[in-house]
Structures are given as C-alpha cells and as structure tokens.
Write a protein that binds this ligand. Structure first.
Ligand code: ACO
Length: 330
C-alpha cells in the first residue's frame, strides 16, 4: 500500500505458537480444595479446567515453548529476531526480565528485549509496541510473547480467585510487509481502579517476612471487575471499528481475552457476531492473563478456523485497569 507516493510498512503475523504445561486441574479436583462446585464455576465463568505449571517450571519455560512453535510456523531463525517483547505479570525473576532470559535461551542475543507488565492486557500491549517498531522501520522481525504462571500467585484457599486462573503462553512472529498486517492497536489504562484487582506486595512496598511467597496473591472484587470489563470492552470495540471506518459485521473472528465466557458473550453480542465466530479457550485454559489472547489466536490458526486474509479483532482487559485491542488482517 502507498500513501502520497510513500510505501507504508505494516507488521504482519508470520507465525503463531503456544505452550501449555502438562498438568490439567479440573473443577472436580478444586471441589476437594475449596467450597465450590463444577456447576458453580462452569455456569459463572465457562471454565471447566486449567493447566498448572509443574514444580520448577517457570514462565520462561512456557514462553520458550510458545516462541519456538511460532518461529517454526513463521520459518524464522532466532538470529533473525531484532526485537523481543514479552507480556507477563509473573516474571521468573525481578530482574533480568523474562524477555532477556528467553532471548538467551533462543540464541537471539543482541536484539532489544524487554517485558511489559499490563496484567491480562500484556500481550495486546506487547503486540502494539512491536507493531510500532516495525511501522517506524526500526526493525523488520519481532517476537511477541504473552506468558504467565499465575498459579504461583494464587491463594489456593480463596475460592473467589483460585477457580479462575491457569498457566500458559502464546507467541507471534511479526514481519515487516507492504500489505496489512496489523491495521491498528488501541491501548488504555486507568490506575484509579487499582484496588479492584491487584497483588498488593512488591519489592518497594515489601513482602511479608518469614514465609515463602508470603502475601503474594491476587485480590479481586470479581463482580465489580465484571461490570467495568463489559462496558470498557464495548467501548474499545467501538473505538477500533470507528478508527478503521468499519461496520461491526466486517469482523471475521473475535479473539478475546479469556477471563469469563459471559464477558466474551457480551462482546460478541455487541459485534452481532455468532459464538461460532468467536475463539473460545476459557473452558480448557481458564484465565491465563497475558497468555490468553495469543493462546486463543494460535488455537484458532492451528484448528484451521482462522484463515489467511480474514479480519481478526483481538481484545483484552485486566488489572490496572488496563485494556486494549488490535485489528488484524491475518
Ligand atoms: N464457588 C462457589 N461460590 C462462590 C465461588 C466459588 N468458587 N466464588 C464466589 N462464590 C460465591 C460468593 O461468595 C457469593 O456468595 P454470597 O452471595 O453468599 O456472598 C456468590 O458466589 C456470588 O459472588 P459474586 O462475586 O457476586 O459472583 P459473580 O457472579 O460476579 O461471579 C466471578 C464471580 C466469576 C469472579 C465474576 O465476577 C468474574 O468473572 N469477574 C471478572 C473477572 C475478570 O474478568 N478478571 C479479568 C481480569 S483478571 C487479571 O487481570 C489478572
């Protein structure tokens, strides 16, 4: 495509990949841990099971599995990566970043590599950053990852949160192209909602002394988060369509953050999209935070549902609050 005689550069998804830990934790097993039921969890959230990282298996391990699959699908070698952006809220270490750990594992040393912490919107944020590097002509090939081991910061005695989350990772390889590609991304945040969904410990405010991972746990006022999420996602979907001059019926696939089936259904309704045109993985993966959108995208691609040339709307909402979307010609 050209504008005023200048050839525009777009970021195109050259390959996708994902990785899930082997261990599956079902709702029935959770019934033995807390006062809950498969019926309650499935009817309120759509979740039936989630994957849980093994002892010693880290966010970087999951990210590596997803990254290698995406590189293979794209036919790209690690030494071709010029930028690595990784969305996570559960990094292996405080520093170096998980992106740096992953870069070295892959053998992509030398390229820019950094983490983005935007909770469940982490992948959309990371994708938007990488898209802008490519559009600016700064890099030609980027690896974008969303990876989490949320199970490590869940209070397994709190039924309000432990039934919701799971571990997993997804990745995409972006390549510069003259045809779209990523058409637009839209990022937002409102730190005023901090207390509705957060983990209130850290390096600077401190951890509780004397216990392993003491106090490191997700706190959430679920029903309040639910209401804001539905309204906010409606707004960002409208914003994305408007920015591209599109009618809502133009979307081929909705690839949403997988937190709650009822939130996903509300967004689909807004788009007048039948659920057959929505990629749903929340039943099998639970909420994998920054991992969820790229996991769902890879599932859509590998299942043969998502086809080249189709128009995809990716969106996410999470702690911060943060939220965002990406409109993609796949
Ligand atoms: N099993 C059985 N009962 C439960 C459970 C459970 N696991 N959890 C809560 N309940 C009870 C509550 O105690 C409450 O009981 P009460 O009426 O006696 O007080 C009742 O169920 C209703 O609780 P609500 O919180 O009002 O239930 P709701 O229908 O809102 O569903 C849920 C809760 C599933 C958490 C929902 O609010 C939700 O999905 N919220 C959005 C979460 C989200 O989208 N997060 C996204 C970002 S996550 C991130 O960024 C890391």
């Amino acid at each position: 495509m050209t504008a005023g005689g200048t050839t525009l550069i777009y970021a195109r998804i050259a390959g996708t990949g994902s990785f899930l830990p082997q261990r599956v934790l079902t709702n029935a097993e959770l019934e033995r841990l807390v006062d809950t039921s498969d019926e309650w969890v499935a009817s309120r959230t759509g979740i039936r099971q989630r994957h849980i990282a093994a002892d010693g298996q880290t966010t970087c391990d999951l990210a590596e599995g997803a990254a290698r699959a995406a590189l293979a699908a794209a036919g790209v070698e690690p030494d071709e990566i010029e930028l690595l952006v990784l969305g996570t809220t559960t990094p292996d270490l405080i520093f170096p970043s998980t992106a740096c750990l992953l870069q070295h594992r892959l053998g992509a040393d030398g390229c820019a590599a950094f983490d983005v912490n935007a909770a469940c919107s982490g992948f959309i944020y990371a994708l938007s950053v990488a898209d802008k590097f490519i559009r600016a002509g700064t890099v030609k090939t980027a690896l974008v990852v969303g990876a989490e081991t949320l199970s490590r910061m869940i209070d397994w005695s709190d039924r309000a949160t432990c039934v919701l989350f799971g571990d997993g990772a997804g990745a995409v390889v972006l390549k510069a192209a003259t045809e779209p590609g990523i058409l637009s991304t839209h990022l937002h945040a409102d730190g005023g909602y901090k207390d509705l969904l957060w983990n209130p410990v850290g390096v600077s405010v401190g951890f509780k002394p004397g216990e392993k991972n003491a106090g490191v746990r997700v706190l959430m006022t679920g029903n309040e988060v639910f209401k804001v999420a539905v309204k906010t996602l409606d707004r960002v979907v409208e914003e994305t369509l408007e920015a591209n001059g599109l009618d809502r019926h133009a979307i081929d696939w909705l690839i949403p953050h997988q937190a709650n089936l009822r939130i996903i259904q509300a967004t689909a309704k807004r788009l007048d999209l039948p659920m057959e045109r929505v990629i749903v993985t929340v039943d099998k993966h639970g909420n994998t935070s920054a991992g969820s959108v790229p996991l769902a995208l890879d599932h859509g691609v590998r299942s043969g549902k998502v086809q080249r040339g189709q128009l995809l709307l990716l969106e996410a909402f999470g702690g911060g609050f943060t939220w965002g979307s990406a409109l993609v010609r796949y």
